[in-house]
Ligand binder design. Structure first.
Ligand SMILES: O=C(O)COP(=O)(O)O
Ligand SMILES: [Mg+2]
Length: 226
């Protein structure tokens, strides 16, 4: 029997319930995995960091879609937050509304990109972002205004190199377009049943089970093969 492979797991849609809460089985399954577990998310840095703390696993984090990466006590940044901010200001100047409340905890700690609520005017947001050569990614949970080329997959390459691993050793599980780059970098990839079209097309395997049921199925399959 060989060692289990390291994992790269998305949060929203992958470790959550359909209501968007963390599935309680995360608290058993992740610490029980006898290999590194990287949490790779579009959310701001504190969210995955807090998750690793409360779940009780090592701080191996890809946040902001690859904009912020933490491994072995080193933090790396990619992406132009000021440019994302300029997009948001212009979007608002043209009547757009980011849709968050006054205490915007979605963006409060963001360092490399900004997020806009799905209720916002997508056409206007895309129009303004294009004028600033910025990208808008719809994860199904938010629109992310980000620097083109900054992706979770490159974050995974970075984490792999810090851990002295080959990125192809990783098994990735995710649900959305922002996981496609992770799927391409990892050696094996699973899209949960609730995944969007891009994730489904890019993953090696599309699971019949959604959300954490899907993730647990993927982990069982990987464990059985090792
Ligand atoms: O931040 C989002 O929009 C989605 O987050 P996720 O990458 O953990 O699914
Ligand atoms: Mg997701």
């Amino acid at each position: 029997m060989t060692d289990l492979p390291p994992l790269a797991l998305d949060i929203d849609g992958t470790l959550t319930t359909s209501e968007g809460t963390i599935d309680p089985r995360v608290f058993e399954a992740l610490p029980a995995w006898e290999a590194p577990v990287v949490v790779a998310t579009g959310k701001a840095f504190p969210y995955p960091v807090a998750l690793t703390h409360f779940v009780g696993i090592e701080q191996l984090v890809i946040a902001e879609n690859g904009g912020v990466v933490l491994a072995d006590e080193q933090v790396h940044y990619e992406g132009d937050r000021d440019r994302a901010q300029a997009v948001i200001e212009e979007f608002e100047a043209r009547g757009g509304d980011t849709g968050w409340g006054a205490a915007d905890t979605t963006n409060w700690w963001r360092e490399t990109e900004l997020a806009v609520r799905l209720t916002a005017d997508e056409g206007l947001l895309r129009e303004v972002a294009a004028e600033y050569d910025m990208e808008v990614v719809d994860t199904g949970y938010a629109y992310h205004v980000k620097t083109p080329g900054v992706e979770k997959g490159d974050g995974l390459k970075l984490v792999a190199s810090v851990l002295d691993r080959d990125p192809a050793e990783f098994v990735a599980v995710g649900d959305s377009v922002n996981d496609a780059s992770t799927f391409r970098v990892a050696g094996r990839s699973f899209a949960v049943a609730n995944a969007d079209e891009t994730a489904r097309e890019t993953a090696d395997t599309v699971l019949d089970e959604g959300f954490m049921d899907g993730t647990l199925t993927a982990l069982e399959r990987v464990r059985t093969d090792f």
